[in-house]
Design a protein around this ligand. Structure first.
Ligand SMILES: CC[C@@H](C(=O)O)C(=O)SCCNC(=O)CCNC(=O)[C@H](O)C(C)(C)COP(=O)(O)OP(=O)(O)OC[C@H]1O[C@@H](n2cnc3c(N)ncnc32)[C@H](O)[C@@H]1OP(=O)(O)O
Ligand SMILES: [Co+2]
Length: 134
């Protein structure tokens, strides 16, 4: 794993949270993107070499709706940048981690993504991200 690619934050309302994070970080979000496969609308803020990804549910059965209902708004996952996502999946599986999707799926920002179940990572949802142009 090369660096923290982004920190995902579950929010109820993207517009309200865009304004809050603009006040917090002192800069505007640089893009918004819907990822229909995940049931989310996202916005991104650059913070040095990493990013904050705000996630709003775009449908009732989105993982974000369930998370906010059971817990609250707040940190939802940490995403690590990897060079070869297939090799990382094999390495992490052999090391005993529970992979939620062994076949990488389309994420935001031109990425392929894989998730690890929080019950195998001390309660933290982990995302692996590989740039599609790698
Ligand atoms: C924008 C695209 C992409 C990107 O490019 O960056 C994204 O970031 S998409 C983000 C949204 N997508 C996902 O989260 C996909 C992966 N998540 C899942 O598959 C599910 O959410 C889950 C993690 C398997 C949980 O689903 P489910 O089992 O249906 O939910 P429960 O509410 O029953 O939870 C079971 C268990 O897990 C705990 N949990 C759930 N979510 C989280 C979380 N984000 N962080 C930590 N723990 C989490 C939940 O509390 C339950 O624990 P117990 O109550 O102790 O059983
Ligand atoms: Co993410």
């Amino acid at each position: 794993m090369r660096k923290i690619e982004h920190i995902g934050i579950a929010v109820k309302d993207l517009k309200t949270s865009n304004a809050l994070f603009k006040r917090l970080l002192g800069s505007e979000h640089y893009k918004e993107e819907e990822v229909a496969g995940e049931g989310v609308n996202t916005s991104f803020f650059q913070v040095g070499e990493t990013k904050i990804e705000l996630l709003e549910a775009s449908r009732e059965d989105s993982p974000i709706s369930k998370f906010i209902e059971k817990k609250s708004e707040g940190i939802h996952h940490i995403a690590f940048d990897v060079e070869d996502i297939h090799a990382e999946v094999l390495r992490l599986k052999a090391a005993g981690f529970e992979i939620l999707n062994e076949t990488p799926k389309d994420g935001a920002d031109n990425k392929l993504v894989v998730f690890l179940h929080p019950r195998s990572t001390n309660g933290m949802l982990v995302e692996l991200c590989q740039n599609k142009n790698n």
